[in-house]
Design a protein around this ligand. Structure first.
Ligand code: PLP
Length: 307
C-alpha cells in the first residue's frame, strides 16, 4: 500500500563511523544522523510528519491540534510542516508536563526560546497550560480540537503513520548488532523493533520518560502498524538514564554530551539524545559487535534559556 507523503526532509540521512569515539571506548561505534534530516532544523519527527501531513492533505483536513512540552521538537517540526501543507496548527502545551505516578520533577524549567519560540515563529498557535500530568494535557488538546473542529495529532507524532515512517527509516541501515537511541512517545521504537524483530539486530531504547508501563502503548501501536507481532517483552527499554524526570538534564547526560562534542564535534540535546548516549557509554561492555547510535535530533534545546 502506498501512503501519501509530503516531501520535506533529506533522506537517507548520513551514516558514518565515529573513529575517535570508537578508539576511546574500545567498541565499533557508528552514528545515524537524523539530527541532519534538514527540515526545520532536523530531527526524527521530520520523518513522521512527511506521512502524517501527506495523509491530512489527501483527506482535505484544514486544521490540527497536537500537544507536548512547550519545547517540543515535534511541535516545532509539525508547525513548520503545516505551513508547507497549508494546514492550521494548534498545540496545547505545558512548560514541563510530568508523569503524576513518578512525581513532579523539581528543576528550573527553561524559559521562552528554542523550540517554543520557533514553533510560534513557524506559525503554530500555542496555548500554555499550568504544568500537570500528561493525561491532563491530552484532555486539553481534545477540548481545543472539539472547539475548532480540528483533527488531533497524538503527542510526538506516535500514530501508525509515524511508526510507519520510522519503520522505513530503519530500512536505511543494516548489518548492526546493536542499535541504541532515545525512546519516548514510541513510534521510533515501534518502527525500529517492527523492522528488526527476529533478526540478529538488537534494538535498545533508552527511555527519556519515567513511565515503565509505556511499552504497553508500544504494543498497541505496533498492532496498528501491523508489520510484526510484538509483545511487551519485545521492547528493550532501559529506564536507568531518565534521571530526575522528563526534560530534566542529567549529570550522566551532560558528561556523555561533552564526550561526543570533544571527540567528534557532534552536538547532543539534554532532553533525549544525551541521556541515550549516556546509556550507551554505561553499557559499552555489552556492545561487542558493530554498534549504531541513532541520533534523533533535538538540537534547539541546547539553546534553551534559563528562567
Ligand atoms: C521525539 C524525540 C525522540 C523520541 O522519539 P519517539 O518516537 O517520540 O519515541 C528522541 N529524540 C528526540 C530528539 C526527539 O525529539
Amino acid at each position: 500500500m502506498t501512503r501519501p507523503k509530503l516531501d520535506l526532509i533529506q533522506a537517507p540521512t548520513p551514516l558514518h563511523r565515529l573513529d575517535r569515539a570508537s578508539e576511546a571506548l574500545g567498541i565499533d561505534l557508528w552514528i545515524k544522523r537524523d539530527d541532519l534530516t534538514g527540515f526545520a532544523l532536523g530531527g526524527n519527527k521530520g520523518r513522521k510528519i512527511e506521512y502524517i501531513l501527506g495523509d491530512l492533505m489527501a483527506r482535505g483536513v484544514r486544521a490540527v491540534v497536537t500537544c507536548g512540552a512547550a519545547h517540543s521538537n515535534f511541535i516545532r517540526q509539525l508547525a513548520a510542516g503545516c505551513q508547507v501543507a497549508g494546514i492550521e496548527c494548534h498545540a496545547a502545551v505545558m512548560v514541563s508536563p510530568f508523569d503524576a505516578a513518578a512525581g513532579r520533577p523539581s528543576f528550573a524549567a527553561p524559559g521562552y526560546g528554542g523550540n517554543w519560540m520557533l514553533s510560534e515563529r513557524f506559525g503554530a498557535q500555542l496555548t500554555v497550560f499550568e504544568d500537570d500530568d500528561w493525561e491532563v494535557l491530552y484532555a486539553h488538546a481534545d477540548e481545543i480540537a472539539a472547539r475548532l473542529g480540528a483533527e488531533v495529532i497524538p503527542v510526538g507524532g506516535s500514530c501508525a503513520l509515524g511508526a510507519y515512517a520510522m519503520w522505513l527509516a530503519a530500512k536505511e541501515v543494516e548489518g548492526f548488532r546493536d542499535i541504541v537511541f532515545a525512546s519516548s512517545s514510541g513510534s521510533t521504537h515501534v518502527g525500529f523493533q517492527s523492522c528488526f524483530q527476529g533478526t540478529a539486530t538488537n534494538v535498545w531504547g533508552i527511555a527519556c520518560d519515567p513511565e515503565p508501563e509505556i511499552a504497553h502503548d508500544f504494543v498497541e501501536l505496533s498492532r496498528a502498524l501491523g508489520f510484526a507481532e510484538l509483545g511487551f517483552d519485545d521492547f528493550k527499554l532501559d529506564f536507568d538514564f531518565v534521571g530526575d524526570g522528563y526534560g530534566v538534564p542529567s549529570a550522566a547526560g551532560e558528561a556523555a554530551s561533552s564526550f561526543l562534542l570533544r571527540h567528534e564535534g557532534i552536538v547532543l540535546d539534554p532532553v533525549y539524545t544525551a541521556k541515550a548516549f549516556a546509556g550507551l557509554l554505561a553499557r559499552k561492555a555489552e556492545f561487542t559487535g558493530k554498534t549504531l547510535f541513532w541520533h534523533t535530533g533535538g538540537i534547539p534545546a541546547v539553546f534553551n534559556p534559563a528562567t
